[in-house]
Design a protein around this ligand. Structure first.
Ligand code: ACO
Length: 329
């Protein structure tokens, strides 16, 4: 029996037009372009401005453009998963709202929260529905309005994040392409280093939580950095080893864009030169769910059918993982 795999058959990104530069951040907090560039590799990030606009608006723009460019009618989509940590509301799911805004009427849809690894988790989850034959066309969205949970008086976090979205179309194939293998892991004890303190069931929103600034990203940079360097590189190296992929077999590493130094460490461990690493952190910062599809979107024209592409991510949870994709077009 021929094995059905889930192939990526289209990719689209969307970022809001407003650009927040390091220069502008210098006027907001005690920081410098030199510090931000040397510690993170970020020069600027896009920010979603405007009343009444949320993560779903960015996701819906990416989905609409994806359907248009791939000639997909919205009613053909059977599943949409949105990876996000900044849902429009606690409920309903942002995925439900994206479907409504993009005219997707025949899909079941839900959100998936795995922080910066969310896109990888969602991609692998959706691929299983395609592999079993229960869904013919699925869309995976990675979207975050990080500016809604960033404290712009805290220099340790406000320089890192940006807003953006990407959408990936998955369809079944009998060819030797698509999602080939994946490694995904989590360790909830890492939550002490990276979380949002209030607004959940543990500590519902109150005047006190707002006054204490507990609705913003709380991050202890150094422990997160140490785990990220090790775990992201481990996952990428392991997926290569267990599939007998040598560094020369890898066309591209697509790393989550949190910090240029974490990306470099992963590439070194895989033996992949920077010419084969998708890096756009300089222009977007860390868009959480958006980073990997925004990279694939920008490199789409360089990718060829059969290229081995390794996705790798690390994020809050802690969560981490790696996916081997054979490019399908
Ligand atoms: N501008 C100037 N100085 C700063 C800034 C800033 N923006 N931010 C911090 N500093 C200062 C600190 O106060 C500290 O000063 P001190 O020595 O006087 O105390 C000094 O710079 C060094 O601070 P560190 O925190 O040690 O800097 P580090 O080199 O670790 O870089 C960073 C910080 C960029 C946050 C890094 O730790 C990092 O990238 N961590 C991992 C982030 C990540 O991968 N997150 C996971 C994904 S996020 C998610 O899942 C939602």
């Amino acid at each position: 029996m021929t094995r059905i795999r889930a192939a990526i058959t289209g990719i689209q990104g969307w970022v809001p037009p407003y650009i927040l530069t390091n220069k502008e951040l210098e006027s907001m907090v005690d920081t410098s372009d030199e510090w931000i560039m040397s510690r993170t590799g970020i020069k600027e990030r896009h920010i979603l401005k405007g009343e009444g606009l949320g993560t779903s608006d960015m996701g819906a723009e990416a989905v609409k453009a994806l359907c248009e460019k791939t000639g997909t009618r919205p009613e053909e989509i059977g599943l949409l998963i949105c990876a996000t940590v900044t849902p429009d509301m606690v409920f309903p799911a942002t995925a439900n709202i994206i479907c409504d805004k993009a005219g997707i009427k025949n899909a079941f849809s839900y959100d998936l929260n795995a922080a910066c690894s969310g896109l990888i988790y969602a991609l692998v989850t959706a691929s299983k529905f395609i592999e079993t034959g229960s869904i013919k066309k699925a869309i995976v969205v990675g979207a975050d309005k990080m500016s809604s949970i960033v404290d712009y008086t805290n220099r340790e976090t406000c320089v890192l994040f940006g807003d953006g979205a990407g959408a990936i179309l998955l369809e079944p194939t009998e060819d030797e392409v698509g999602i080939m293998d994946s490694i995904m892991q989590s360790d909830g004890s890492g939550r002490v280093h990276l979380h949002m303190k209030a607004g959940g069931s543990l500590k519902p929103s109150s005047y006190e939580t707002i006054d204490a600034g507990e609705h913003f990203v709380y991050q202890e940079g150094q422990p997160v950095f140490k785990f990220a360097v090790t775990k992201m590189a481990d996952a990428a190296a392991e997926i290569m080893a267990r599939n007998n992929l040598k560094s020369e077999d890898v066309a591209y590493l697509v790393p989550h864009q949190a910090n240029l130094r974490i990306i470099d460490a992963t590439a070194r461990r895989m033996g992949v030169g920077t010419d084969r690493v998708m890096i756009n952190i300089e222009r977007y910062g860390n868009t959480t769910g958006g980073t990997i599809p925004l990279c694939l979107w920008e490199w789409e024209n360089k990718l060829k059918k059969g290229d081995n592409v390794i996705l790798a991510a690390f994020g809050g949870g802690f969560t981490w993982g790696s996916v081997w994709v054979k490019w399908a077009y």
